[in-house]
Ligand binder design. Structure first.
Ligand code: DQA
Length: 153
């Protein structure tokens, strides 16, 4: 019997409006573009011998489809910034629990230190953990964890 290869791909999912990073409220979200962040994550993953895919969309159905597809694609870990879907998308949360791929929730800003309605996330309770308020460094820290976890399996 051939053994199934272990999933060694990290999928980074960026929700709505994160394509505007760099120019979008830089005092809150910083001046780095999404392309810069993704490039750095790709380089870190490559150096660690792990495959990384990143995907940004402004469309709820598209991000749900991407999560459903992830299982068959050999994704072993997800880094998710749900952005505004944090507050609205039960569909995305259900997709994540359906595929049972562990994930870290990342937010550039500290959602607890902003408008009160930003504080409650639909994802926190089903994530492995959350990283908030550390700017784009949050993605790097989450990726370090994902790499260590995938390598430990
Ligand atoms: C965000 C925080 C959310 O409240 C907001 O809707 C975003 C970005 C962050 O990364 O800080 O779009 O997820």
């Amino acid at each position: 019997m051939t053994k199934k290869p272990k999933a060694k791909t990290v999928l980074v999912l960026h929700g709505p409006n994160l394509n505007l990073l760099g120019t979008r409220e830089p005092e809150i979200y910083g001046r780095e573009t999404l392309a810069t962040i993704d490039r750095r994550l790709h380089a870190t993953a490559k150096a660690a011998g792990v495959k990384l895919e990143s995907f940004q969309t402004n469309h709820e159905g598209a991000i749900i489809d991407r999560v459903q597809q992830a299982k068959g694609d050999g994704v072993g870990f997800i880094l998710l910034n749900p952005a505004a879907f944090t507050y609205s998308s039960i569909g995305l949360r259900d997709a994540l629990t359906a595929v049972q791929i562990p994930f870290i929730e990342v937010h550039l800003s500290n959602i607890h230190a902003r408008e009160p309605w930003r504080a409650h996330s639909h994802f926190t309770a089903v994530a492995i953990g959350s990283i908030l308020g550390l700017g784009s460094r949050g993605y790097d820290l989450a990726l370090d964890y994902a790499i260590a976890r995938l390598k430990a399996r």
